[in-house]
Design a protein around this ligand. Structure first.
Ligand SMILES: Cc1cc2nc3c(=O)[nH]c(=O)nc-3n(C[C@H](O)[C@H](O)[C@H](O)COP(=O)(O)OP(=O)(O)OC[C@H]3O[C@@H](n4cnc5c(N)ncnc54)[C@H](O)[C@@H]3O)c2cc1C
Length: 419
């Protein structure tokens, strides 16, 4: 049996392992912590193909410069990391053009076109139970002006057969979501989108993999990839090695570091986000909410509510910034009639971010058996199954029915540095 070694057990590695195993590969997946415990755990769980637009967007240069040094703004760039991130930031800002944004959005939609079908199929898979809700997403705004701007940019979703978002008046949004305060002026409803409890998804996939003969190695750090000519022959674990025929790097925000070890430069940095999970909340919202003016989101789960958001470029570290957590609470209080109280759990995770906002998916050109799938930024849960599916096609027969050119690992200027 052909053996695939997957380095990194986040949602992208787990989904890739699932599809490779279904294709008959002998699979080993290795994580330095527990599978699913990185960025794939405390996130908002939105499965939202319509929101496949890249992070760098027109107008963001001006806004991000304004926000840059403000510790409680939606995007914060830690001044001390600016020198090491200058190349990455320069390219990120270059990708904030209308043209790059439209191209990126189209590529993201193409990758996401099978998302809802793949989630339906996963739900039907025996022995794989996870929490998924089909309630759509409701965007709400304090300023009416944002609504037209936002709805215009989403007309493109029709291209992949998704229903157009619907404008909702102030009265309609409050009817849909009685917890909203009178400060809300209106909204947009995206009916086809869903959300999952991400921890339930990673746990269900891990359980399925183990039950189906995949070797899941947790608390095991891959120190290096051992190269022989144009091939990787093994993953080096320090005291031992794991050999294989194919190697797939799915180490998320750490993917740049891992590939750097074999001389490949992929510009990946961490976009830290925070969430607060409130158990037995005093108020439960009816559907996921996007608080449009402050870019904070709320997800209702069985027995809890999660508030999340913010983007902090502060390098690869797990430090938590109290002010950013406070800003989440403040934002929610602007939109929700009464504070949401209950037992709180604070979490932070590092979104893997490339300068153009698209993941890197594909074979590494100078190797015959090395692949990467990382850099899903805000959409790793949403794009996980489509990513796993295309990576399994690529590894098993060298091609995929989705055009992967926009995601090519070598698309960046080689002068870019890793974080
Ligand atoms: C606040 C917040 C909200 C979000 N909300 C959503 C949402 O609603 N919908 C959505 O689609 N996305 C959302 N995201 C984004 C999503 O969480 C990420 O895109 C996704 O989790 C990335 O998955 P990954 O598998 O690439 O990375 P990770 O989950 O970080 O997995 C990488 C794994 O690699 C392992 N690893 C690293 N180095 C090594 C090594 N040397 N050896 C072995 N293992 C290693 C790590 O331990 C880790 O488990 C959100 C993110 C945040 C922060």
């Amino acid at each position: 049996m052909t053996k695939a070694v997957i380095v990194g057990g986040g949602i992208i590695g787990l989904a890739s392992a699932y599809f490779l195993r279904k294709k008959g590969f002998d699979v080993v997946i290795i994580d330095k912590g527990e599978p699913g415990s990185g960025c794939s755990s405390g996130n908002m769980g939105w499965v939202c193909p319509s929101l496949s637009d890249p992070v760098p967007a027109p107008g963001l240069v001006k806004t991000s410069l304004k926000w840059m040094m403000k510790r409680d703004s939606p995007l914060y760039i830690k001044p001390s990391v600016v020198p090491s991130l200058s190349n990455w930031l320069y390219h990120f800002w270059k990708y904030c053009s209308e043209e790059a944004f439209q191209k990126g959005f189209e590529a993201g939609l193409e990758l996401s076109k099978n998302t809802l079908r793949l989630f339906d199929e996963l739900e039907e898979e025996g022995g794989l139970e996870f929490e998924m809700h089909r309630k759509g997403l409701l965007f709400v705004f304090l300023k009416e002006g944002y609504i037209e701007e936002k709805i215009d940019s989403y007309r493109i979703v029709e291209k992949i057969g998704l229903p157009l978002p619907v404008v909702k008046t102030k009265r309609e949004v409050i009817e849909m979501e009685p917890a909203l305060s009178d400060a809300v002026e209106g909204g947009i409803y995206l009916p086809a989108e869903r959300h999952v409890r991400p921890e339930s998804l990673t746990q269900a996939l891990t359980k399925w993999l183990v039950a189906n003969g995949v070797e899941v190695r947790s608390q095991t750090e891959v120190k290096d990839l051992i190269r022989q000519g144009d091939q990787i022959i093994a993953a080096n674990l320090g005291d031992t090695t794991i050999e294989g025929d194919h190697f797939l790097v799915t180490t998320g925000a750490w993917a740049g570091q891992m590939l750097n070890k074999v001389g490949i430069k992929v510009p990946m940095t961490a976009g830290k986000g925070y969430s607060l999970t409130i158990s037995s909340p005093s108020i439960q919202v009816q559907q996921p909410l996007y608080l449009g003016d402050s870019r904070v989101t709320i997800s209702p789960f069985n027995g809890s509510t999660r508030i999340g958001g913010t983007m902090e470029l502060s390098g690869l570290n797990s430090d938590q910034n109290q002010r950013r957590i406070e800003s989440l609470r403040r934002s929610v209080n602007q939109y929700i009639r009464n504070p949401i109280s209950g037992k709180e759990k604070v979490w932070s995770g590092m979104r893997p971010m490339t300068p153009d906002g698209l993941p890197v998916l594909g074979a590494i050109p100078s190797f015959t058996n090395l692949f990467v799938a990382s850099g899903h930024a805000m959409s790793g849960i949403s794009m996980a199954l489509s990513t796993g599916s295309v990576m399994s096609d690529l590894i098993s027969n060298g091609k995929s029915d989705i055009d992967l050119a926009p995601f090519a690992p070598d698309r960046f200027n080689t002068k870019l540095q890793n974080d």
